[in-house]
Structures are given as C-alpha cells and as structure tokens.
Design a protein around this ligand. Sequence first.
Ligand code: TYD
Ligand code: MG
Length: 452
Amino acid sequence: MAKVKTSFFCQSCGNQYAKWQGQCTACKAWNTIVEEVIQKPEKSDWKSPTSTVKRASVPLRINEIDTSKEPRLNTQDTEFNRVLGGGIVPGSLTLLGGEPGIGKSTLLLQIALKLPYKTLYVSGEESQKQIKMRAERINPENNNCFILTETKTQNIFKQIEALEPDIVIIDSIQTLHSDYIESSSGSISQIKECTTELIKFAKETATPVLLIGHITKDGNIAGPKILEHMVDTVLQFEGDRNHVFRILRAHKNRFGSTNELGIYEMQGSGLREVSNPSEILISKKDEELSGNAIAATLEGMRPLMIEVQALVSTAVYGTPQRSATGFNAKRLNMLLAVLEKRAGFKLGAKDVFLNITGGITVDDPAIDLAVVAAILSSNEDEALQSDFCFAAEVGLSGEIRPVQRVEQRILEAEKLGFSTIFVSKYNTISLKDTTIKIQLISKIEDLVEFIV
Ligand code: TYD
Ligand code: MG
C-alpha cells in the first residue's frame, strides 16, 4: 500500500511545514499547525487540466487582446455593482467574507434571483428546500436560477458541464471537497485545491464565480491567506447583527477601486439597497447630545467613521479622573494638556471620560481632532452639529496636523452624508466637485469657534 502523504499547515496563515512545531515561523501564531493528509494532485497538474474545456493559451501582444467582447455582467444591484467597480468581470473569482448570520447567503441568493443570466447556486450548507423557502421571501419569480446541493467539486463541474450556467455561486468554499486531496473539507489543503480548480474553470470558460467564505474570530477569512491572493476580488460583508445595516466593502479588487462601499438594510424580505446612506445618520439625529463627535478614521486601508464620546464633569475629589476606552490614555492626557495651554480650558479640575463607541480600539492619529471636539463640546454642554466629522492629528503646540489618505476619508464622509469635514490646512487635497464642505483649520483655536 502506498504510504499516506501528510503535511503540516498553519491554520492561520496557510504556511506549510514538513514536521510539526509549536509556533508558526511565518505568522508567529502558537498552536496553529495541524497535520493534514495530502496526496499529490496528479491530475490537476497544470500540464493536464481537469477542467471541462481545454483551450491552449498563446501569448498575445497586449494591444491585440480584445476586451470589448467581454463587458461586465450587470448584477441589477447598484450597491453590489458599485463595490465591484461596475459589475462582474467574466472569468473572475470573487470571494465574499463575513461573520456567520450577517447575510452572505441572503445577499448572493438575492443577486442570483435578480440576475437576468442563467445562474447556478451551489450550496453545501442548506438543502434545496431551505434555499427555496428563503428565495420565496426575497423574490419568488425567477426561472433562470438553478439550485444545487453538492460539496464535491468533481460533481459540481459535471453539473456545470450539463447546465452551462453564465454565473456560478458557491456557498461556501469551506464546505467544498475535492477528490484529489484526502483531508477533510475546510482544511487548508482542501480550500487551496478547490479554489485552484475553480480558478481554472473560471479562467478557461470565462464564467464568473462568486464564493462565500467564512471568517475567523478576528475577522479574517478562514483558510489560508493565500486564498485572498488567489481570487480577483475580496469583498467583506460587515455590520452589527443586532442592527439592520450591513456594509459591503472591497478589500481587494483587481478590476476596480477598493474605496467604494455598498450599504444594505436587512428586512423581512431580504436586503434592501440603501441609496441614501445618510438615512443611517438621520435615524440617530433625535439624540443629538453634547460630547459626541464623529471621526473619519482608517482601519488598515479601509475608511471607517467612528463616534467618539466624551464626558467632562467637575472633579469631586482632589485628583481629577481620566479614563479612556478604546483610546490611548497617555494620548488623552496629552490632548488635555494641549487644550489647557492653547484653548484656555481649565480641565485640570475636571474629570474626563472618553469612549469610542462600538467597542473598537483606534490608533489612527486622525481621531485626535474628534476627541478634542468631543471634549470641548461636553465641557461647554453644546452639541456639535451631527453632520460634522473630523480627520486630523493634533500636535503638542495645538497645531492641526495633516493625516494620510485624507481624500479617501473625505470621500467616505461624503458618501455617508456628512455636510462638513474638518481637516488640516496643511493637507494637500486635489478633489474636485465634492458636495461635502471641507473646512480647513490650522490650530485648535479655529475649532473652538465652531463649538462655543
Ligand atoms: P444568512 O444569509 O443566512 O447569513 P450567512 O449566510 O452570512 O450566515 O442570513 C441570516 C440572517 O438574515 C438571519 O438571521 C435572518 C436574516 N434574514 C432576514 O432578516 N430577512 C430575510 O429576508 C432573510 C432571507 C434573512
Ligand atoms: Mg450562509
């Protein structure tokens, strides 16, 4: 009997090892290396493609490559189109990640039901009846959408060959299983192999494939990091499960910008596109209170609007209390010292509590200005206009310093319906035709005018 081939994979980054070790040398995570059974995928070697269509590729001059015949497929969903950069590119692989229960299956099923193309929705998670029940809630009339419950890639390809769909949707990549690999579904080597087979299929037949991917505790797409490198587009579906709004972002997009975001509202009959995102903010308006300010921050490469809350009250005890949740306490003390010196506020006799709502921790220095604004607002007990937002760093001498990628923040604020964004005078901004007012300020004193 042939010896069973095994290898060791880090479950967090996908690095491969010949033997077990306690820590992954690539991503430094502990106890993530697991043995998986692998078998050399002889048949899926690039020399003998297993895919249904065999077409040899020849080198072409770049000017000779004709793109006009392959227009993007319009998904009939403006938010989804926008995030993808104008529709689905033929032959592309798109990965949609998100927390369990956030609405990934709902989103893609809804898109499948709206598409005017022949669509195959493959589910390894739900039965055909369950999907039908869900589809009836969303859009009961569609003759172009086929549902298949299957997890083995070879069987899926057989069905695809018979049906010849224009678009394939897979829910989810972690449930797929290829015969060429022995290890269980969801393991690193399975995910890699199944994705490779799907990429080969997509590229050779020019059929776009949409994949659903599960995410881990810390918000990364489960499986090897390499999965994100393999696909053309990585979308992230996020939002608080206790709230109705969902945000769709492109993490990576080979065919468009990653700055766009799509907003949906979860309803009883599926996801509704939110074309006017300021609706989200308007709903909060009746609770306009002092001490609240919105910061336009960046989380990695992704823009994120964050609410900062401050409470300033007279200190009862001799030593004033300072407390910050989600924000560096030393930085808070520094900002308070700057305020005391430059804006003349006697904060030394006040308790200051600061909270970043949503349980997020922010280390983007661009949040400084919102922190200062929230503190000033609470101190004066004057509410800031709720459609103001802030993106600047505050220096020791009270100067408002420029921040990186300010244009991306401005565009995000504009998209979310803010009327004014406060940024540093020293930022170079070459944006034209923005509807949002860009308020340039150079020192803390300039900000005070808007509050007091
Ligand atoms: P689902 O798409 O199953 O999430 P995922 O695939 O990301 O795990 O979405 C599940 C949630 O969506 C579920 O809690 C119920 C809610 N939902 C609605 O509120 N309205 C609807 O029309 C549908 C289909 C789901
Ligand atoms: Mg699902």
